[in-house]
Design a protein around this ligand. Sequence first.
Ligand code: 1PR
Length: 560
Amino acid sequence: MPIVYIIDVESGNLRSLQNAVEYLGYETRFIKHGSDPALKKADKLILPGVGNFGHFVKELRSRDFFDPLTKYVESGKSLMGICVGLQALFKGSEESPDVGGLKFIDLRLKKFNDSNKSVPQIGWNCLEVPALNGKRQTLYDMKPDARFYFVHSYAAIVNDDQIAELSSQGWDLAISKYADEKFIAAVAKGNIFATQFHPEKSGAAGLNVIKAFLQQQKVTSLPETQSQMQESSSKAIEVTPTGLTRRIIACLDVRTNDQADLVVTKGDQYDVREKRAGGDVKSLGKPVQLAEKYYRQGADEVTFLNITSFRNSPIKDQPMLEVLRQAAKTCFVPLTVGGGIKTVLDSDGTEVSALDIATLYFRAGADKVSIGSDSVKAAEEFIASGEHATGKTPIETISRAYGNQAVVISVDPKRYYVADPVNFKYNLITTATSGPDGEKYCYYRVTSQGGRKVHELGAYELCQACEKLGAGEILLNCIDKDGTNSGYDFELINQIKSAVRIPVIASSGAGNPQDFVDVFKNTKADAALGAGIFHRGEYTVTQVKRYMRDHGMLVRIDET
Ligand code: 1PR
């Protein structure tokens, strides 16, 4: 079996890349140091990276990779960079001005402008590969109709002159647009190929790109057919403000049932037991099987929430790690895991940091971790201290090590009506649904421990504090709406969107495909999450996405 070598400087989720390469029929070996003799044997080498440019490049330097990598490329053998692995090929980045890259490409990376869009860019974008020799051809099987998963704040943002200059130097470029900013989605020249997107997380389209690299199919001819999207939809498809598709996430709340099996459950306003005295925990399926089912139906992401993690030490919670390991073998889209991401004492009394726990999950195959209860604690302390960041909260330690795109804040808010808005401490909204005593104002109190503990803090203030501490995305649940099938709470979503620049995932209340259409029409949500609708078998992810497309929405259709 041919061997593919992967450079491992312990950045983020390497397991998914390993899984993708093995799924394609290759063996993998990790190379952790530039002096490893395996580097001389390698003829297919992948340089994956996530997180901070400076941290990644310094790791490459401290492990003596710079010279061997340059020699490897000069020898004509194939190299593929992924995400920060692409960025490292450039001269430098605004993210870490004092750190120089490998300098294969004479350009510096810049941060996306967040005044008109969420940053980081998280989601599925398309790319344009210039026609080669006037023919519809493409590079490394990056098809123009396909969608690829991007997650990054910094990019090689380019104008037409820079594109022309790089082309004149022999670089083939695939260009994407995030709202109004053009950036390099992929580059290729000779034996070098690199993608800003994550092919190992881009479903079937991404696997095709990795396969094309491994088989060295640089140029592929394209048939002169219309795209699947154009063929199968009679309705004009919208142009979204950012260019990203409407992201649909399937969420699995996981816990042990009364027979001690790990199951996917689903609550009604967070109550997961059958509605009779002493009712059992509702059991709706097995986590790994359901995750794979939703991936095959075209879910853009899968989220696992370990909903009883507050009860025991997650370090011993091996089944959840195993769920991630198994799911990452067959689900080639981003995986998020939440529940118990906090510093804990292990059974022998030793302290295990939240960063250590997150690291275990990333190594098992997670791309992001979501923090619930501990984010409330961190935000309360941050606000009480006059916004003094200690650098020690899990949000800070994990985002520093893995990048802020890897840290999601899971918010469990509950609506609370307010009669008198004067001098009220928290951000209020004027609601269209008056309270029981005719109150016209409300705010959303945050809760922790799965809704058991209600705090005074508002969800608006919590999200702002967490963004300042380094969170990269908000998973916005709503206890009042959870499991009700009555649609999303637009007022809550709009309030939180106005609070932060990072992407916001709308969650709780989806009961039919129209709810997904409505949430994107009535709010600026960056993604919409559903749980019960899928687990109860009422609709498949495919049905939801087809319905959205038939109603003119831009979605990624990728049934494998
Ligand atoms: O506090 O960091 O240990 O994390 C615990 C995590 O578990 C949090 O993300 C919290 O939201 C979640 N959680 C805790 N208890 C419950 C429960 O249901 N009893 N589930 C729970 C949260 C909410 C959503 C749900 C949507 C969509 N589940 O994720 O999937 O509301 O549901 P719907 O589409 O069926 O309406 P920590």
